[in-house]
Write a protein that binds this ligand. Structure first.
Ligand code: NAD
Length: 271
């Protein structure tokens, strides 16, 4: 991308784990578009070390924060503003984790402590991020917060498990906080509902390989990739989308509006 549509804008990017992460691709695209940012992830993820390569490549600082900790988030917003020399213009919330999915618990046999963690890490963390930012008045007017979600928030995809409930909550927080932050400070909050994408979080869902190929055949344009998702984030961080807020925006090659495709029907053969 050659347009510097984020020139002069400062942000915080959560969730770059490795070079497949949607947040990683977004950080590279933001840099290309002229934006500056700090990178953040949970201390345990930082120990893997890959994020330092991204930090070097994009000339950005890494500030550890567990997104479930209000204390960590407060420190993050304070340090980020100090480092970047002013208030924040954009935030990417690219965070998801379910212990029930990881440990292969069925949706009808969930461990409730883990269920709470799923909701806290994958959804409530967005509320905490927004509340901390609002309390500190850390985001500029017309600032833009984007979180990543999946269509299992609206329709049943059985293997998505308790992450579906987390995504429903995430999308609801986007509407509710979007209202309050919009009226108080003109800050925008949206979710992007992304196609299945090969990343660490994505591949954790059981049957992912088969599913990604089903989704490819069910999408008139094919699955949207991580780089295209990054470019969509850039547009939402920019002033070109100033009046877009409280929306769940499908970035899925048309999957969400499709009932069936000939590509899928052809798999069943001729009757
Ligand atoms: N990959 C897909 O198929 C797909 C599709 C739709 C939406 N999404 C969403 O996109 C987002 C990014 O996922 P990804 O696919 O790039 O995978 P990823 O595994 O690269 O990213 C998930 C990130 O969440 C971070 N994280 C987990 N617990 C955390 C905590 N307590 N505090 C701070 N960070 C924490 C991880 O360290 C990791 O960086 C997630 O919200 C995911 O649900 C992914």
């Amino acid at each position: 991308m050659s347009h510097k549509i984020l020139e002069g804008k400062k942000g915080i990017i959560f969730g770059a784990l490795d070079n497949q992460s949607i947040a990683w691709k977004t950080a590279e695209a933001v840099k290309e578009a002229g934006g500056e940012f700090v990178l953040t992830n949970a201390p345990v993820a930082l120990r893997m070390g890959a994020i330092n390569d991204l930090a070097e490549k994009t000339n950005s600082k890494v500030i550890p924060a567990d997104a479930t900790s209000v204390e960590d988030l407060t420190n993050l917003f304070n340090e980020a503003q100090e480092h970047l020399g002013g208030k924040i213009d954009f935030v990417l919330h690219s965070i998801g984790m379910s212990p029930n999915v990881r440990k292969k618990k069925h949706y009808t046999g969930l461990n409730y402590e883990w269920y709470k963690q799923t909701l806290d890490v994958s959804a409530m963390s967005l509320h905490k991020t927004l509340q901390v930012a609002k309390d500190l008045d850390a985001i500029n007017e017309w600032g833009s917060v984007v979180a990543l979600t999946y269509i299992a928030a609206q329709r049943i995809f059985p293997d998505y498990n308790d992450m579906a409930d987390a995504k429903s909550l995430l999308e609801s927080i986007t509407r509710s906080f979007g209202y309050h932050y919009g009226t108080a400070k003109k800050v925008r909050v949206n979710t992007i509902s992304q196609s299945p994408t090969v990343t660490t979080a994505g591949s954790g869902v059981s049957g992912f390989d088969k599913f990604i190929s089903f989704s490819e055949d069910m999408s008139p344009l094919g699955n949207a990739g991580a780089i295209d998702c990054a470019n969509y984030c850039i547009s939402l961080f920019s002033d070109l989308t100033k009046y877009v807020t409280m929306q769940n925006l499908f970035h899925d090659g048309g999957f969400s509006s499709t009932g069936v495709t000939t590509a899928v029907m052809d798999r069943f053969g001729e009757e």
